[in-house]
Design a protein around this ligand. Sequence first.
Ligand code: ADP
Ligand code: MG
Length: 221
Amino acid sequence: MIEVRGVTKQYGEFFALSDVSLTVKEGEFFIITGRSGSGKSTLMKVTSGLLAPTSGEVSVDGKVLSDLSGKDLYALRNKSIGYVFQTFGLEENFTAYENVELPLVIAGVKRKERKARVEEVAKAVGLVPFLDKPARVLSGGEKQRVGIARAIVNDPKYLFADEPCGNLDSENTSIVLRILQSLTERGITVIMVTHDLTQLPLATHSVELADGRIIDEKFSD
Ligand SMILES: Nc1ncnc2c1ncn2[C@@H]1O[C@H](COP(=O)(O)OP(=O)(O)O)[C@@H](O)[C@H]1O
Ligand SMILES: [Mg+2]
């Protein structure tokens, strides 16, 4: 469970987030919506421990992030959290395989185990035919599948995806959303930002932001 309690984030005098509180429970497909500039990406970064709030606190599975040392925070993020970006964030000259493998190399996983894990997630996101291609030649939809595979290869409990379909056409958007939904069925909690309201029915829980505040919260049953 992730708890955000009374979080404010200031950039100078400007409040990107004002007194935001929310709880994300295990198994949820949690969606954050709101106009451009409403604070969605800031909320994702603060909730995932990438960015420290100005005030308030965030806890992940009972651990208050600001109480952790840099090393422990890094370890928690590495173990429990995957992050998918709108612009993919791949190493363009690495193959799809090498991109997905990278977090495992960093984590010190042995080659044989790495291969098994990469192949498993590649299957889960339909990446097997593209594994040997350099990222730079892949289509947007294929790149985002690499981005998702890379984010889940360490078997995280929470997957954050900030407008993962923002650069995709409608067909690839459907494919990526289907993959994210299938991950929730495998027990991963997905926290996604979108400004496309047609995606909201996927959510089991959603909030809408405006000017850094939650102005609406919904639970599906
Ligand atoms: N590093 C930063 N420094 C100053 N202002 C920032 C910074 N990051 C974001 N902002 C501002 O905070 C507001 C919210 O940004 P963001 O969270 O990226 O919104 P969204 O993802 O909803 O478009 C915007 O007005 C943006 O310009
Ligand atoms: Mg954003």
